[in-house]
Design a protein. Structure first.
Length: 281
């Protein structure tokens, strides 16, 4: 065991390479630190002398062109068994949706990182490859099946859920997905979720977060302090997403919905000893 592992050998470690400034990356790094030990690596060159083996290498991506193929190659040679994960800020999300992806790198929106990481760690603890462990040449269908499998509850029973969405089509699709994964959907609401939610977890497809929805989220949290609220936002921005987290949301997930992010946000697939994904600090 190396000296770096001695401080906390019961939790996995990740390497955070590059930028960690700005409200989005600062929140993402702080939230990840609630799940794992985070070792900061200022730049690619600093990775070479660091004597530890991270479970994941997280790349702070605050601009579209901040990482080059040479950087990825250097990190892959330094830590060949650790998947590379780009933590994309809002400035990068346009390219993430329509432009070329970084080669051999999983790209995750900043607001979904703790939820996605919780799922990956649970899958890793179960000795399953998960989507980061699948080869880049794997068929898209194979990756989707692996991701959907993460939604299944870890134990014999699922989670009691309420589901709300702005449109009936979105409501039915989301409720059916969660029910097919083994969770009990106890209420479906079109529009804003009622304040008397009977479930343990609320999944709210808010469409696009605005001030009125944030105010309603605050009322939900005040009325049901123990309710775990997962908000789906069409295109999360730092101001609205962080406001939602401060108002009581456990996670904010963007579109298209990643099943692994949803599973981690629900708390359905989390290894023993890991707390919930962090809120705003």
């Amino acid at each position: 065991m190396t000296p770096n592992h001695a401080a906390s050998d019961s939790r996995p470690a990740v390497a955070w390479v590059g930028a960690a400034h700005g409200p989005e990356l600062e929140w993402a790094r702080a939230a990840v630190a609630e799940l794992v030990d985070v070792r900061d690596v200022p730049d690619v060159d600093a990775a070479e002398p660091m004597p530890f083996w991270p479970a994941f290498v997280l790349l702070g991506s605050d601009a579209s062109a901040c990482w080059q193929l040479a950087d990825l190659t250097t990190l892959a040679r330094r830590w060949p068994l650790a998947p590379l994960v780009s933590v994309a800020t809002s400035l990068v999300e346009g390219r993430r949706r329509s432009g070329p992806a970084l080669p051999a790198t999983e790209e995750v929106p900043w607001s979904e990182l703790p939820a996605r990481l919780a799922t990956w760690l649970a899958v890793r603890a179960a000795d399953r490859p998960g989507t980061p462990g699948l080869p880049a040449t794997a068929r898209r269908e194979d990756r989707m099946l692996e991701a959907v499998a993460a939604l299944a509850p870890a134990g014999p029973a699922g989670i009691r859920l309420s589901v709300a969405a702005q449109r009936p089509l979105d409501l039915d699709g989301l409720a059916d997905l969660l029910a097919a994964a083994g969770h009990e959907v106890v209420r479906r609401s079109c529009g804003r979720p009622p304040l008397d939610e009977p479930a343990d977890v609320l999944v709210w497809d808010a469409g696009t977060l605005d001030s009125s929805q944030l105010a309603w989220l605050g009322l939900l949290t005040a009325n049901r302090p123990g309710l775990r609220i997962v908000v789906i936002d069409s295109f999360p921005r730092s101001d609205t997403a962080l406001a939602a987290l401060r108002a009581g949301a456990a996670a904010v997930i963007g579109r298209p919905i990643a099943p692994e992010s949803l599973a981690g946000a629900l708390g359905a697939d989390r290894p023993t000893g890991l707390g919930p994904p962090g809120r705003s600090h």
